[in-house]
Design a protein around this ligand. Structure first.
Ligand code: ZN
Length: 365
């Protein structure tokens, strides 16, 4: 959830130096904005190699000349870039082995991704430079490659009968979800090992117009409902919705609801629109009960719903993530009796869902 413009990898890219070696970032994180159609003509492979060389050589003055305005603003002054280079050298040592390189598109940006081994770290490190269509560096990052967190719960069977936390008939896209780190950046964290970020997309985009306002986003203000029955053990409201592209890491969950399902399973739903949380602590809810509306509060770069199941009621206090199998939904139009949605799928609760008795009338929403 960062650089509303680009979550995920790009989130880190946008975060620039702030993200260096941020091994413990956590928090319902940033999401990336699905790619736009614009494609830069810049030769990102050559440019990326050139920038990497400048960085490694410590020629940060020359690198500074290539930075876009936003990144310069983020660093503040060329000296900070030089300091960044020293920190990288200090913590990682020098590059010892190039593993691979590629160029990926992130929205309008072309991102050079270099995987390499450094002297002081066992894990591969990713060096990324994101280029605008004009060849400016709009973001870069040096960070250890994320790996899926270990979990004792890979074979866990969800106890709570869970439904997707959406109104029937609303089609949501799984932006991050799945067990592999490539599908789900959350997998790097113990508590969010099996977490989801859901949003709505149409024709490959998540918003109308420029996406500068939360109201531009298709999922903004859509209803969010209880995924399962239980007792609300936390309900927070009052956190302002972010301007798309900005984040609020100090209050990572933003407006949120936590439900105790009474069986060692706790549902976390985060980033609600301010003023819409409709339940209170101690309240009993049934599956499908309205909880609030989708928003962009907390550590979120654009409106979306974060969901995860864990084995403890407190956030980031040692709880462990649990797989969440949902019942009776559609994934890419196909009925699923029980399953785990994965990145890229469009999922929805059918309007005449499982509650509908055979031959009976739909219960509607
Ligand atoms: Zn999330």
């Amino acid at each position: 959830m960062s650089g509303a413009r680009r979550p995920g990898l790009a989130a880190g890219v946008a975060a620039g130096l702030a993200a260096v070696l941020s091994l413990a970032a956590a928090g319902p994180a940033p999401r990336a904005r699905p790619a736009r159609h614009l494609r830069a003509e810049v030769d990102a492979l050559a440019e990326g190699r050139a920038c990497t060389e400048l960085l490694y050589a410590g020629d940060t003055a020359a690198l500074w000349e290539r930075l876009g305005d936003a990144l310069r603003e983020l660093f503040g002054e060329p000296e900070k870039l030089a300091a960044f280079r020293l920190v990288v050298g200090d913590q990682l040592g020098e590059e010892e082995e190039l593993l691979d390189e590629e160029v990926v598109d992130e929205g309008a940006l072309r991102v050079y991704v270099r995987r390499a081994r450094f002297a002081k770290l066992e894990r591969p490190v990713r060096v990324t430079f994101a280029f605008s269509p004009t060849g400016r560096v709009e973001g870069f990052r040096v960070a250890p490659e994320a790996v899926a967190a270990p979990s004792e719960h890979l074979d866990y069977e969800t106890r709570t009968p869970l439904r997707l936390p959406f109104a029937a008939g609303d089609a949501w896209t799984v932006f991050w979800g799945g067990r592999e780190i490539e599908q789900n950046y959350h997998a790097a964290y113990l508590d969010q090992r099996f977490a989801y970020d859901f949003l709505m997309a149409r024709d490959g985009t998540t918003h109308a117009g420029e996406g500068a306002r939360n109201e531009d986003y298709f999922c903004f203000d859509r209803p969010v409902v209880a995924p399962g029955a239980g007792v609300v053990v936390a309900a927070g409201d009052g956190v302002p919705d972010n301007v798309p592209g900005e984040m609020n890491p100090r209050q990572p969950l933003g407006n949120h609801v936590v439900i105790d399902h009474g069986n060692g399973e706790f549902s976390f739903l985060a980033h609600f629109r301010r003023g819409t949380v409709a339940v209170e602590e101690g309240q009993r809810v049934e599956a499908g009960a309205p909880l609030g509306r989708c928003g962009n509060s907390g550590n979120s770069s654009e409106p979306h719903l974060h969901y995860h199941l864990q084995d403890a009621p407190e956030f980031q206090q040692g709880g462990r993530g649990l797989p969440s199998f949902f019942l009776d939904y559609r994934a890419d139009g196909q009925p699923v009796a029980r399953g785990e949605p994965v990145r890229g799928q469009v999922v929805e609760v059918p309007e005449s869902g499982a509650e509908t008795p055979p031959g009976g009338a739909s219960e509607g929403r």
